[in-house]
Ligand binder design. Sequence first.
Ligand SMILES: Nc1nc2c(ncn2[C@@H]2O[C@H](COP(=O)(O)OP(=O)(O)OP(=O)(O)O)[C@@H](O)[C@H]2O)c(=O)[nH]1
Ligand SMILES: [Mg+2]
Length: 450
Amino acid sequence: MGLFSKIKKMFSSNEEEIEEEELNEEEELEEIEEDSEETQEVEDEFEESDEDSEDAQEIEEDSEEIKEEIINDDELEEFEDEIKEEDSEVLEVEEELDNSETELEDSKKEEHSLSKKELKKKKKEEKILKKQQKKEEKRKKQLEEVQIYEKGLTKSREGFVSKLASLTNKYKKITDDYFDELEETLIMADIGVNTVMNFMDRLRDRVKHEKIENTEDLKEIIIDELFIIYVNDDVLVNKINFNDNGPTVVLFVGVNGVGKTTTIAKIASKMKKEGKKVLLVGGDTFRAGAVLQLEDWGKKINVDFYGKEQGADPASVVFDGLVKAKEEDYDLVLIDTAGRLQNKVNLMKELEKINRVIGQQIEGGPHETLLVVDATTGQNGISQAKSFKEITNITGIVLTKLDGTAKGGIVLAIKDEVNIPVKYIGLGEREDDLQVFDIEKYIYGLFKDL
Ligand SMILES: Nc1nc2c(ncn2[C@@H]2O[C@H](COP(=O)(O)OP(=O)(O)OP(=O)(O)O)[C@@H](O)[C@H]2O)c(=O)[nH]1
Ligand SMILES: [Mg+2]
């Protein structure tokens, strides 16, 4: 089975699995109910034994009375027989009493072990319930995430994916013309010329070796090969590298207008929801209004902000912000920077200075330097990634505005040509429109209709 088939199966078979599990859990619950019926029976028996012992007590009291009467009246002989009878009755009752006492003990023991059993079952019941709730939440979250990908990638799906589909319809058989048009379609989708060239070579090889003739049979192989471009033997790291000893510092870089400030707000909002104490630092003192924009976001999402006036030295803002972060025990510091400096040398010097200050203040910092790239700028975005990689150590990419482009292929190109993992994707302008990048959900969201 191809990779894509596996992914598709994973997301769509989720429901069946859950139904089966729910059936199993129902059976377990029935068992528990049967057990508690058993407990009730033993409890009833226990009550009956109690009644028996009350009877025996009464008889004993009676015989005491009779004995007293006899002594008082001195009519021993007359009552001798009666006494004997009574005595044997008492003996019988005593025997019965003994029996019921051992029975009582037995049932007490049973009752004890059953109540233990009962307790265990109860705990199990609670555990099952909790498990069910957790599973339900997880399923809902996954479904929601997949839907967000599907929605955010609508334009790309309608763009190059539907072109791919019509290509399959147009050429039933694989021909040179088909390959040419496929190549063109992929380049138009911003996968990047180099990536497409390598991809086409691999595809031609597979067609030859696996003797594939129909374009229909090639569809899934195309998706698998695109997937392979991204994964490319690497361990996929989409997680933020958190600092265990003190605040984690994340620096955001990128040219102007790509979505740095918005992304910082989105990540801050997400991390706050996860329980982290977050500080925003307004390191973009270059552009008028930039400091205020970040401060406003802070107010909106209820996250603290540190900043100075426009024109202040960004490195000094960062310095003071980190002093505050250490003193007040922040978990996460997100630093905004200016994208627009007069030239590359200036930008490089500025970033070097900021990096130095961070490293001096917090060991191992910055723990991440995320380059923000606007997906709608296509190949220009790839060039930006290449330039930034030369001037500073980029650890991950945030690809914004994927909701606004029909060229979702840039995700594949950026990984293949720049070899930096995409860690987050932006799928809208609101604070919730951010997703941790997941290649499987991405591929599913893109090709589910193919
Ligand atoms: N549709 C869409 N719009 C986005 C996304 N991310 C950011 N934007 C919009 O892009 C515009 C620029 O975003 P900013 O966050 O100000 O970009 P910036 O990189 O900080 O810009 P400068 O501070 O000028 O360098 C704003 O209008 C945002 O709402 C996204 O994922 N999808
Ligand atoms: Mg900004």
